[in-house]
Each structure stands twice: as C-alpha cells, then as structure tokens.
Write a protein that binds this ligand. Structure first.
Ligand SMILES: CC(C)(COP(=O)(O)OP(=O)(O)OC[C@H]1O[C@@H](n2cnc3c(N)ncnc32)[C@H](O)[C@@H]1OP(=O)(O)O)[C@@H](O)C(=O)NCCC(=O)NCCS
Length: 168
C-alpha cells in the first residue's frame, strides 16, 4: 500500500507529513499500548466497568483478530506513530453472510486528534478493502463515543442495526 498524505488541521506545522503504512510485527507493542490508553472511551456510562475488565476484553479482542485474516494500518506523523486501525477482511456480514470488511478497533494519539489522522486511517482501510473486492465496511461504535461517531458518520457510515442493553 502506498503511503498517503493529507492536509493537516490546525496545531501542526504546515510542513508536517502524515502517511499510512501497513503494520509489521514491530508495531505490535504500540497497538497494544495505544489500545489500552484509549479503550475506556468505548465504555458506556450506564454500564460502568473496571479498567482491568475492559483490558481483559481488549486482550481477547486482539486474540480474536489474530486468529482471523486481518490488516493492521499504522498512521505516522513525521515518521512517528500517530495511530492505528485494525480491520478484518474475511468476516461475512452476520445477517446476509455476504463479504465485508470490519473495523475491529482504531485509535489516534490523544495529542494528535481532530487533525485528520482518523479520517486518513479510515480512508486507507476502505481503499485496502476495495482492493480486496469487499463491497462494504462495517464496525460497531459506542453510542456515547461522539468523536468516533462523528468520524464515521461524516464519512458516510449509517446505522444498520442497534446493540441494545438495559441495566437489570
Ligand atoms: C475516534 C478517533 C479515532 C478520531 O480520530 P481523529 O484523528 O481525532 O479524527 P479526525 O481528526 O480524522 O476527525 C474526523 C471527524 O470527526 C470529528 N471529530 C473528531 N473528534 C471529535 C470530537 N471529539 N467531537 C466532535 N467531532 C469530532 C472531526 O471534526 C472530523 O469531522 P469532519 O469529518 O467533519 O472533518 C479518536 O478520537 C480516538 O482515537 N478515540 C479513542 C479511541 C476510539 O474511540 N476509537 C474508536 C472505536 S470504535
């Protein structure tokens, strides 16, 4: 995959470059670390969970991703890692069983948010999925995660089904 550059938003020097590349085994520790630093954003306020439980769930998610065909994308800002995106490329839609890409998790460094890094990663994942002939990209997002919803909704993602919960 070719690296892509983007116009960066306010707060970064104009000559800063942003690119996306395929991940390698050397990125593993970074993906684990940034995942842990960001995953609490996906916990709904009405289902509070201790961090240690959420971390165990994240570890299981990574194990499940490793067991399936997937792609890791790494965003770099002037050569330093700025975020990542993991997507599955052989996970059929569970209702239609038709092929689709599925974003398992993505995150951007807190200090580099709202500058287009997430959008660049998402666009690169969609390009990679199109290259594989996948007709859809899907994902799950916590309703209260307004930053993630804005990223997806502004790029054409629509709510197809709802995961509903009730405190008992
Ligand atoms: C969600 C996340 C990846 C977005 O990354 P980002 O680099 O800040 O996103 P971008 O700068 O590309 O912004 C994309 C759009 O979302 C909007 N957006 C980003 N953060 C926002 C916020 N906190 N509130 C409102 N809108 C926001 C931007 O304004 C932009 O809008 P536009 O498309 O109209 O230009 C980042 O906030 C993050 O890592 N969150 C923690 C982990 C997480 O929640 N991952 C998603 C799991 S499903």
């Amino acid at each position: 995959m070719q690296g892509r550059r983007a116009d960066l938003g306010p707060g970064l020097a104009p000559d800063v470059t942003l690119a996306v590349r395929r991940g390698t085994p050397a990125d593993r520790a970074y993906v684990l670390d940034l995942g842990r630093r960001t995953v609490m954003d996906s916990v709904a306020s009405f289902r509070p969970a201790p961090e240690r439980h959420v971390f165990v769930a994240l570890d299981r998610l990574y194990e499940a991703i490793d067991a399936q065909s997937h792609e890791t994308l790494i965003a770099e800002c002037d050569g330093s890692r700025a975020g990542f995106l993991l997507f599955l490329d052989e996970l059929p839609d569970e209702v239609t069983s038709l092929p689709q890409g599925f974003i398992a998790y993505m995150a951007v460094e807190p200090s580099l948010r709202e500058r287009g890094v997430g959008a660049l990663l998402l666009g690169a994942a969609e390009d990679a999925a199109r290259e594989r002939g996948l007709p859809y990209m899907s994902l799950m997002v916590t309703e209260e995660n307004l930053a993630a919803r804005a990223l997806y909704e502004h790029r054409g993602y629509r709510t197809e089904r709802r995961l509903m919960s009730k405190a008992l």
